[in-house]
Design a binder for this molecule. Structure first.
Ligand code: MOS
Length: 692
């Protein structure tokens, strides 16, 4: 890198700048922007998994007072691009999955729209469908690449030979279920048509990507599409790409003569419309000598995707980088089914993949009679096992050691099922954590001198993560001024292009663009600029990418208690230590790690979408049936990090932290459950019946 920023405001414990607006209820989320005379949309969704609509009778709905329009494939606007089959709704009578958008009612109130939607009679010819995901299907196929551009398969050395010659062999098949992103704020779009212009107040992880996508779908000039999202109530990846509800709202806005159309997707509709994590079946094989030194690693993954649009989760990807072994194989195979379209959910790939990989490592430690931390230390690679490139920084071993010290690991009796306390079996477990320190090129930022400071504009997103605050801190240090001198504006396509808030790349891409904008500004105007002076900068090309492997690492520790008589499982204690570069804001960073670990606990114990293959829908499609960890499920969570500064990743020395917190948590809990009970649970979630 050219130079590292001198941290002054960076690294300080700043309360989130948007916190006041949020806790006082004045922060406007997508549904809440003050707009006069809005109309309301309620969608029509398919009740069959595959088929063809043969008849639509909307007469009773149209007669209902307050109904403004009924939209179906018979009268919907034709889209300019139908390339993305998830977004190409209402273009024909075919139905591709249960819960698919097949129409809409627009009315004066949400209640009238919902009532009228029930009055629309839709007759469907039902075609045979296949929504049954099970291991050992004979129609699996190999995708060209896995999310977003990783190789589908890798093969180094001679896995089969090395594995069969190994003194100790582990062959573990682990499964993770379908899981659904459940941000607090449901997906919401408010659409306003004005001639060939379109304004969207949209709950999204990226206003610019929404603009580009929606402009192409409707054949509009991107400059005439305005997307606004200053505040977002969580996304976890499900708002990373615009889903079909955005298209439906924009279509409906053509029927209201310029009136805004509001569409908040219901919690139940989210389970079919806004993405989810694919279920996985993962076979992990490890071959090692008796001292636990790995010689062979295979990680073979089977997942589902939808028949209309492919999404391949990169679950075996972390096994390409974690541990040294000369012989290695990773594969991904998909079953294409008549189901909703899977997508991103916090740490796609790394999250389910590291569950299987780190459970297998725990099994190897037990088989060799070696402490699980020592096992990982013995297999620490000197450089990236697959590419051979050096790591820009890799402090996994330090995380494990620091975590062990803080957690009190040294007193642990490794024997399973050896500790009982009043009817509870007690155990502890550990797992590693990893997440790429990536970047998406092409973001830009604008710096402008104002009367009393600087305004910085970038079309970035804050999903509740603290990004707004962290970027303001970066801008302050880049300009060498105090935080109070910075006004940062985000979440609007009127501000310069910013990449999606995804893949934990935001701070690297956007922060680097802000630093570059400040450099351009200084080059143009020096240190004594006039009011109104402004300059734009972009995320610079980083020559260190391609020379180094860039990843954040971590170590997760868990204590688990399981009732001997009922199998009830509790996690009184989690502890994570992370090496994620320089921490921009300790307060918001701690919340990010804490949130990730909580979501990992939720994955370990609760989260499971149950898809009924007979009908092709998720039956537990609400919070009554889909359990997300709440306060009573969460015990003590300790978050720590190492004082790591990585000069290669970006000028801040930081790595992304939005996703690494979830990675490895479920494995640590499963490993602790094995230590507590002697039972090896390889299937999530770990419900009580698994221990009886
Ligand atoms: Mo994250 S799942 O890349 O938004």
């Amino acid at each position: 890198m050219t130079h590292l920023l001198e941290p002054r405001v960076i690294g300080t414990d700043v309360a989130r700048l948007d916190g006041w607006a949020k806790v006082t209820g004045t922060a406007a989320y997508a549904f809440e922007h003050p707009l006069s005379n809005p109309a309301h949309l309620h969608p029509l969704v398919s009740e069959v998994a595959r088929g063809r609509i043969t008849e639509v009778d909307a007469s009773r709905a149209r007669e209902l007072p307050g109904v403004l329009a009924v939209l179906t494939h018979e009268n919907a606007p034709r889209l300019a691009s139908t390339e993305d089959a998830e977004l190409a709704i209402l273009q024909g009578p075919e139905v591709h999955f249960r819960g698919e958008l097949i129409g809409a009612v627009v009315a004066e109130t949400p209640e009238i729209a919902r009532h009228a939607a029930e009055l629309v009679r839709i007759t469907c010819e039902t075609w045979p469908h296949d929504a049954d995901f099970f291991p050992g299907r004979d129609d699996l196929y190999k995708p060209d690449q896995v999310n977003p551009f990783f190789a589908t398969d890798t093969d180094q050395g001679d896995f089969d030979g090395a594995y069969s010659a190994s003194a100790v062999r582990i062959d573990a098949t682990c499964t993770t279920p379908m899981e659904h992103n459940n941000p607090m704020e449901p997906h919401t779009t408010v659409a306003i048509r004005d001639g060939d212009g379109l304004t969207l107040y949209d709950s999204t992880q990226g206003v610019h990507p929404v603009r580009r996508t929606i402009a192409a779908v409707f054949g509009l000039d991107p400059e005439r599409v305005h997307v606004v999202a200053p505040h977002v109530g969580g996304g976890f990846g499900s708002k990373g790409l615009p889903h079909a509800h955005v298209v439906l709202a924009a279509m409906a806005a053509e029927s209201t003569g310029g009136r805004p159309v509001k569409f908040a997707v219901t919690r139940q509709q989210m389970f079919a419309l806004t993405g989810y994590r694919t279920p996985t079946v993962q076979r992990v094989r490890l071959g090692a000598d008796r001292e636990g030194k790995l010689n062979a690693i295979a990680h073979e993954v089977v997942e589902l995707t939808s028949r209309i649009k492919e999404f391949a989760e990169q679950s075996a990807e972390p096994s390409r980088h974690m541990y040294a072994a000369a012989n290695r194989r990773t594969t991904h195979r998909l079953a294409a089914l008549d189901v909703p379209v899977p997508s991103w959910m916090r740490a796609p790939g790394e999250c389910p993949g590291m569950f299987a990989a780190e459970v297998a490592m725990d099994e190897l430690a037990a088989a060799c009679g070696i402490d699980p931390i020592e096992l990982r230390v013995r297999n620490e690679p000197e450089s990236d096992p697959e590419s051979g490139l050096p790591f820009s920084s890799r402090n996994l071993v330090e995380c494990l050691r620091e975590g062990a010290r803080r957690f009190g690991w040294q007193d642990r009796d490794p024997a399973p099922a050896a500790r009982r306390e009043g009817g509870w079996l007690v155990g502890t477990g550990v797992a590693s954590s990893v997440y790429p320190a990536g970047v998406i090129p092409g973001s830009a930022a604008l710096v402008r001198r104002t009367g009393d400071g600087y305004e910085v504009r970038i079309g970035a997103a804050d999903l509740g993560t603290g990004t707004w605050t962290a970027l303001s801190q970066i801008a302050a240090d880049a300009l060498g001024v105090g935080l109070d001198d910075i006004v940062l504006r985000i979440g609007d396509t009127r501000f310069p292009n910013a990449s999606v808030a995804g893949g934990s790349t935001g701070i690297t891409g956007w922060g680097s663009a802000i630093v570059d904008a400040v450099e351009q500004f200084r080059a143009k105007f020096g240190t004594d600029p006039d009011e109104g002076d402004e300059a734009e900068g972009t995320t610079p090309h980083n020559p260190d990418r391609g020379r180094f492997e860039m990843r954040a690492f971590g170590a997760q520790f868990a204590e688990v208690r399981i009732r001997e008589d009922t199998g009830e499982i509790r996690v009184p204690r989690l502890l994570g230590v992370f090496a994620a570069g320089r921490i921009i804001n300790p307060r918001t960073a701690r919340s990010q790690f804490l949130g990730g670990m909580t979501m990992g606990l939720s994955m370990a114990l609760h989260e499971e979408s149950v898809l009924d293959p007979r009908f092709g829908h998720v039956v537990n499609h609400d919070f009554a049936g889909y359990h997300v960890a709440t306060n009573a499920d969460v015990g003590d969570i300790e978050v720590h990090w190492l004082d790591e500064h990585d000069p290669h990743v970006n000028p801040m020395g930081s790595k992304g932290i939005g996703e690494i917190g979830i990675v490895g948590t479920a494995a640590a809990i499963a490993n602790a459950a094995h230590h507590a009970t002697g039972r090896r649970v390889r299937d999530l979630p770990m419900t009580p019946d698994r221990f009886l």
